[in-house]
Design a binder for this molecule. Structure first.
Ligand SMILES: [Zn+2]
Length: 102
């Protein structure tokens, strides 16, 4: 007796992305227009996108980013947590909601 599994199977790629980080769904259509993709394993991306204080040692948290360099600075006025990244190539500040980490 053969019982074939259903041909439809979950896309493992999208599942992995869903687990990697929770993406806010509200206003996502609008964010799609100016979406900025950052490859965390790409050194060029790491050097280009920095915390607003020009550091590269930031890490993503739940819905914002945390900068270890700022955390080490006693006089960091803005604090180690940010909701935007600095694009050193264009000097543009990128809202965290627009960032897609890959
Ligand atoms: Zn910093």
């Amino acid at each position: 007796m053969s019982h074939e599994p259903p041909s439809t199977r979950p896309a493992s790629e999208s599942e992995a992305k869903a687990e990697a980080g929770t993406i806010a769904t509200d206003g996502s259509a609008e964010a799609d227009v100016h979406r900025v993709r950052i490859d965390q394993d790409d050194e060029l991306d790491r050097m280009r996108y920095r915390c607003p204080n020009n550091h590269t040692r930031w890490v993503p948290t739940n819905n914002h980013l945390y900068c270890h360099s700022c955390a080490d600075l006693a006089d960091a006025c803005e604090g180690p947590e940010y909701y935007e990244l600095l694009d050193v190539k264009t000097s543009e500040r990128i809202a965290w909601s627009r960032v897609v980490l890959e």
